[in-house]
Design a protein around this ligand. Structure first.
Ligand code: NIG
Ligand code: FE
Length: 422
């Protein structure tokens, strides 16, 4: 131990893409110093501004070897826990069938519901771990996981429990969203309102009571739930004290964004068909627009989300994988950064803010997403010279190490690119 040391760790010889607003692009600090104490960031600034010689400031000094540190990545919209796959539907879509045709014929979400209902909790966890591990290899430290492939109480709760267990098995924070209103289950095909009734009276309260839902989501769309039905779900969520979010304006303009805004939603997601009025409503309520370029790509959508409209209204934009077996079988958040730029014309800086600062906000988390003193010390060290490289390259993962609540993950300790010194 160093006499008089105040911090646990001090990182030197790196740049910091802090993603803090108001300074340089990316909140970039060159020749930075990052001090960590008790799992929190204690100092984020220029090395030249350190209050004392490095060796006297921390128990351990780590060498970033010229890399770039960013906040830990946050995947704020996933359906990661499910059974089966939909590769056959992929073939059908390539043959000309549309996502909506397949859904109306009882495939799509309902085919994954059948496969998910057939799995017990252990099997669901086992099926989901490889997907989670792929995301973690790319520096994800917080992930949102939805239910929505059970559509009856037991399986919905089982999905949420499996999601929670993933967070115990791996070094990642899992935030769960109850998405019982994802599709009308076959048992209620001719009585969707009766399903909404069951959902609001039994399914959602049970999930809330068991502490399994951090938020409530719904799919407001002509092949799913109407605005009136979504309103019932949101009203129940509000009564239970849970924040809401919404799959909105993905395939058509159903007015979902305005409804989400009315309920002060954390986020409205997809938004390809978002209207001017919808964007204004999101801006007024401070709701984050979560764009999902993976689903846009896989569904060969041609309607682009109105990025300029969102910018003009000052709506914060997040990006996520939407990892799911149908519209986005994608387990790479770095690929999503590239797609956000190439398909939606975000700047690499906007894309990175979309998986850090704005993604944290989309989950209602104000203790992460930027590197600043007082925030949780969740960060990733990348073997790159400039943060734009994260959105630029495809198929290359330059992660050198992940830091979670201050600690370099055990598998990254001793990594060639990270050394400890005094
Ligand atoms: O976000 N839009 C609705 N839900 C998912 C798709 C789920 C599925 O096809 O299984 C989405 O795209
Ligand atoms: Fe989704």
């Amino acid at each position: 131990m160093v006499m008089g040391a105040v911090w646990d760790t001090l990182w030197l010889n790196l740049s910091a893409a802090t993603m803090a607003v108001g300074g340089a692009p990316y909140g970039l600090i060159e020749d930075a110093a990052i001090g960590i104490s008790g799992g929190r960031l204690a100092f984020v600034g220029r090395r030249a501004d350190l209050p004392a010689p490095p060796g006297t400031l921390a128990h351990r000094v780590r060498d970033g070897e010229g890399g770039v540190m960013t906040p830990g990545l946050i995947d704020c919209h996933t359906h990661l826990v499910y059974g089966g796959d939909r590769a056959r539907e992929f073939e059908q879509r390539l043959g000309g069938a549309s996502y909506e045709d397949i859904a109306r014929a009882g495939g799509g979400i309902l085919s994954t519901v059948r496969a998910t209902r057939a799995l017990d909790e252990d099997a669901l966890v086992a099926a989901s771990l490889p997907r989670l591990d792929a995301l973690l290899r790319e520096g994800v430290t917080t992930i949102e996981i939805k239910s929505g492939y059970g559509l009856e109480t037991d399986t919905e709760l089982r999905q949420l429990r499996a999601a929670r267990r993933l967070g115990e098995l791996r070094p990642v924070d899992v935030r769960t969203s109850f998405l019982g209103a994802h599709a009308v289950p076959p048992e209620f095909r001719d009585a969707p309102d009766a399903y909404v009734d069951l959902l609001t009276r039994e399914m959602l309260p049970r999930a809330a009571e068991a502490g399994l839902a951090d938020a409530v989501d719904a799919f407001c769309e002509r092949i799913a739930f109407s605005p009136a039905q979504t309103r019932c779900v949101f009203a129940r969520a509000r009564a239970l004290g849970l924040p809401v979010k919404l799959h909105a304006e993905q395939l058509s303009d159903s007015g979902g964004a305005a409804l989400a805004a009315e309920f002060g939603a954390l986020s409205a997601d997809h938004l390809e068909y978002l209207s001017e009025a919808g964007a204004a409503a999101l801006a007024r309520s401070g709701t984050v627009a979560v764009l999902l370029p993976g689903a846009f790509y896989v569904l060969r959508e041609t309607q682009l989300p109105p990025v300029d409209r969102l910018r003009r209204h000052g709506v914060p934009i997040a990006l996520a994988t939407d990892c799911n077996p149908g519209s986005s079988p994608i387990c790479s958040l770095l690929l999503i950064l590239n797609m956000g730029c190439m398909l939606f014309r975000l700047t690499p800086e906007e894309a990175l803010a979309g998986v850090t600062r704005n993604a944290a906000r989309a989950l209602g988390l104000d203790d992460r997403g930027v590197l600043a003193a007082g925030m949780r010390a969740d960060a990733v060290l990348w073997r790159i010279a400039h943060p734009a490289e994260l959105a630029y390259a495809i198929g290359l993962c330059p992660r050198a190490g992940t830091i979670r609540t201050g600690e370099l993950l055990p598998q990254d300790v001793g990594h060639a690119a990270i050394s400890a010194s005094r």
